[in-house]
Design a protein around this ligand. Structure first.
Ligand SMILES: [Zn+2]
Length: 264
């Protein structure tokens, strides 16, 4: 697959830029990764990449985004460190908004369907790739003793990994720098991000051991699904960590804000 994140998101992210009020950016981004995550929770790969599975995937994406908005995102975005030149924490404000159920459902559907369409061209085992002959042998690339059979599907896959990921990161970075006024209420975004300061240690203390254990366990327990099982665990942990941060006493958060002001 092209990377579950952020390569798959690059295809649909421009929709949020050009239809800012009609698209739920969070449901779009989560939806664009969701078919791989569905594989991680036990759906077969082929089913999770078949349009029929949207009937299961889309409601799950909308429910997950609702949980993220309600419990986790305000806290999580206070904990992301600022990137020099472009403060990506402002996207927390875009994610927190309150889109209608229809907007979220449409956005999740577009995201997940775009993922399935892209993968259908880049996977040798997919019926669409097979029907178009994209999984047919093209040429052999030899690197010393190692030779790789290259197919058109594989070329789509590897170029998608690289170019798609670069494009998604570039888009988010440029928007945070240029601040297009129709995309986001930037003043509100600045206010939200200024409410706390990043403290990555408690977050990393949970996520790093979980990931290390996951990487050790996956060949034994989950086989090829392993990386996606880890993504599911991360997704659940994000809600829990964000919820925990939000529930801490308000006084503690105020002290953090004062510390940031003094430091600045
Ligand atoms: Zn996929």
């Amino acid at each position: 697959m092209p990377l579950t994140f952020p390569a798959h998101q690059s295809v649909v992210l421009p929709l949020k830029r050009y239809f800012p009020t009609r698209i739920d950016g969070l449901a779009l981004v989560v939806g664009a990764g969701a078919p791989d995550v569905a594989f991680g929770v036990g759906m077969s790969w082929l089913f999770a990449h078949n349009p029929v599975s949207l009937m299961v995937i889309v409601p799950a994406v909308v429910a997950y985004c609702t949980a993220l908005r309600r419990w986790a995102l305000p806290g999580l975005f206070r904990y992301i460190p600022a990137v020099p030149c472009a403060d990506l924490r402002v996207y927390g404000a875009m994610a927190v908004g309150s889109p209608t159920l229809v907007t979220s459902t449409v956005s999740a559907t577009i995201g997940a369907a775009s993922h399935q369409a892209w993968d259908s061209l880049s996977h040798a085992g997919h019926p669409v790739a097979a029907a178009l002959g994209l999984d047919q042998f093209l040429f052999v690339a030899a690197f010393g003793p190692v030779s790789i059979n290259v197919t058109p599907a594989r070329l789509v896959q590897y170029s998608g990994h690289t170019l798609g990921s670069l494009a998604a990161v570039a888009m988010l970075y440029l928007w945070a720098r240029q601040r297009p006024p129709e995309l986001l209420d930037w003043a509100e975004a600045d206010r939200l991000t200024a409410e706390g300061r990043p403290q990555l240690i408690p977050v990393l203390a949970i996520l790093i051991p979980m990931t290390v254990i996951g990487f050790i366990m996956w060949p034994l327990v989950f086989g090829g699904r392993g990386p996606f099982v880890i993504i599911v665990a991360w997704a659940v942990a994000m809600v829990a960590v964000g919820r925990w941060i939000e529930r801490r006493p308000a006084a503690l958060r105020t002290r953090e804000t004062e510390a940031t002001d003094n430091a600045g």
